[in-house]
Write a protein that binds this ligand. Structure first.
Ligand code: ADP
Ligand code: MG
Length: 291
């Protein structure tokens, strides 16, 4: 049977926007020594916007954007939505016929348009060396501004680069600080490239960053962190994050996250409020003292 102190803590949590799916998660949370955070949609708002567009001068800009927009229209990624919105705002129709569309999670998309093969995605997906040297290394400059990079390859040639910026949630910096003050180590997991990831983690004052993290890597990273810190929590919002949430000692989902994340998590933060994590930890510590 559930102890009165536990019941009372669960109820206090619920009143304060933290949903514990059972008393055991309150006990586990008080033992946590490290917390891993997904980047997009967890530390950031998850609403990227296009900030810079570099296209090969030999190609027609509208033609190229129309192919890019038509391909991204078939993807569910937040970056895809932002790119389609950008094309639409420029009055560029995204209605080209797209064949053999493939969406590679954490990497990018590929398809055929009018018999030509296109790839849109991260540097490693389109060709790392070619991508990095595009426009005299502009990629590095954009990454240092914490922008996410999406390269466009026509067959094997890089013909474009789109940079997008997603801002930190307004409470991220304070939430990280409070969590660290509770003696907990913080780690950011992201599929983004190293330079972009480092810049964002510096903005948020996160202790450690693990970049170029494919969805399946997130699980391995959590396993690794568990070996090192014993009790580890993971916070995320995406379908991608669900296996990592299940692997952590405590899985925490952002309330606005996908259904799979909400179902898999042990704790749900209503209103996407990261400050509630620190509150939940304090609550779990109080409860464990009483027990
Ligand atoms: P995050 O960890 O920040 O949520 P993802 O793992 O989803 O990022 O994606 C990693 C990288 O893969 C992105 O930064 C982007 O460069 C590329 N990418 C993934 N999906 C797409 C897409 N639909 N269009 C363009 N680029 C994509
Ligand atoms: Mg996410």
């Amino acid at each position: 049977s559930i102890m009165p102190a536990t019941l009372s803590a669960i109820s206090t949590g619920a009143k304060n926007g933290v949903l514990f799916k059972g008393g055991v998660h309150l006990e586990n949370l008080s033992q946590v020594k490290a917390i891993a955070f997904d980047k997009t949609g967890t530390l950031t708002n998850g609403e990227p916007e296009v900030t810079d567009v570099y296209l090969n001068p030999t190609s027609s800009e509208n033609e190229l954007l129309s192919i890019i927009g038509s391909m991204e229209k078939q993807s569910n990624h937040p970056l895809a939505q932002a790119i389609v919105d950008y094309c639409t705002s420029k009055g560029i129709p995204c209605n080209r016929e797209v064949a053999k569309m493939e969406d590679t999670s954490g990497q990018g998309i590929s398809a055929t348009v009018d018999g030509t093969n296109w790839k849109i995605g991260k540097d490693a997906f389109v060709g790392e060396k070619e991508a990095r040297s595009f426009h005299n290394g502009i990629a590095n400059q954009l990454s240092k501004q914490a922008k996410t990079l999406v390269f466009i390859a026509k067959e094997t040639e890089i013909v474009g680069l789109i940079a997008l910026k997603d801002s930190l949630r307004k409470d991220t910096i304070e939430a990280i600080k409070t969590i660290q003050q509770a003696g907990i180590y913080t780690i950011m997991l992201t599929g983004d490239n190293k330079t972009t990831a480092n810049t964002i983690s510096e903005e948020a004052h996160i202790d450690e960053v693990i970049a170029n993290c494919m969805p399946e890597d997130k699980v391995n990273q959590i396993k690794h962190l568990r070996e090192k810190y014993k009790n580890v929590a993971m916070i995320g919002d995406g379908i991608n994050d669900a296996p990592a949430l299940a692997t952590a000692n405590v899985g925490i989902a952002m309330g606005g996250g996908t259904d799979v994340a909400l179902e898999t998590a042990d704790i749900v933060l209503m209103k996407n409020d990261l400050l509630k994590v620190a509150k939940a930890i304090a609550l779990s510590n109080r409860m464990n003292k009483i027990i």
